[in-house]
Design a protein around this ligand. Structure first.
Ligand code: 13P
Length: 261
């Protein structure tokens, strides 16, 4: 990764951990990182708990002055009104959420989200001062038919078409690598991250391309994170399963202490 971009390790808990478990997990993570003298300015850390946990996470982070940030796993494209079950970016901003994941492949698959919807959700986040973490990634079929970068590049192009100027993070998550134990190789992930950065330069400008953080996601563990972080266009990771274990997640956050980095 390039030094001007602060590395970012993000934990997507998915539909796991109730609010009491969330408090315990955030505390354990904070203590583990404190014991290791982690420098949060050098490597940013964020967790993405279920909506019902966010207030509890905010309370513990504020009370104990943790440097861990937090965000939501989804956001409504609307600001307020008759949208049963939806959560507004205004509410997330009030809760101190720094980020909102948009377009995770599980939402594309199970909730029929399209790039247009995802773009409107990212736009809603930007409107409320919440930074969207825009997820893109190809399926195993896409990979076979179009190669690795064509589908994620098109997804990002279509999503950004809906989003006004503002900061965002991109998470490249090949669908075949999620929860499979079969991560992409660092070279493969770098190739796509580079193509995504070029897309940002085309759709926005060089400055946006240089400053936007691009994460890799899909079976990231403490044992393989260092390889990804050595790549010039990969600035961090969006971690699923391994983020539910405080020690393992702290090991990912502390990738710089691994041998050979
Ligand atoms: P895993 O790390 O469990 O493969 O999940 C990745 C993911 O989907 C993060 O958003």
């Amino acid at each position: 990764m390039v030094e001007q971009r602060v590395p970012f390790i993000a934990g997507n808990w998915k539909m796991q951990q109730d609010h009491l478990q969330a408090i315990a997990l955030v505390q354990k993570l904070a203590w583990t990182l404190k014991d290791a003298d982690h420098d949060f300015e050098a490597v940013e850390v964020s967790v993405f708990p279920p909506f019902t946990d966010l207030r509890s996470v905010q309370t513990i982070v504020d009370a104990d002055k943790y440097s861990i940030r937090y965000g939501s796993q989804d956001i409504s494209e609307h600001d307020a009104g008759a949208f049963t079950g939806e959560i507004s970016g205004a509410f997330l901003a009030k809760l101190g959420a720094s980020y909102a994941i948009v377009g995770h492949s599980e939402r594309r698959e199970h909730h029929g989200e399209t790039d247009a919807t995802i773009g409107r959700k990212a736009a809603a986040a930007v409107r409320h001062g919440v930074v969207p973490v825009i997820c893109v990634g190809e399926t195993a079929e896409d990979l076979e038919q179009h190669g690795a970068s064509a589908v994620p590049v098109q997804q990002l192009r279509d999503i950004l078409a809906e989003v006004p100027a503002g900061d965002f993070v991109v998470a490249y998550e090949p669908v075949w690598a999620i929860g499979s134990g079969k991560a992409a190789t660092p070279e493969q992930a770098q190739q796509v991250a580079e193509a995504l950065r070029k897309t940002i330069a085309e759709v926005r400008d060089d400055e946006a391309a240089e400053s936007t953080r691009i994460l890799y996601g899909g079976s990231v563990k403490s044992a393989n994170i260092a390889g990804f972080m050595r790549e010039p266009d990969i600035d961090g990771a969006l971690v699923g399963g391994a983020s539910l274990d405080a020690n393992e997640f702290a090991g990912i956050v502390r990738y710089r202490s691994h041998v050979g980095v």
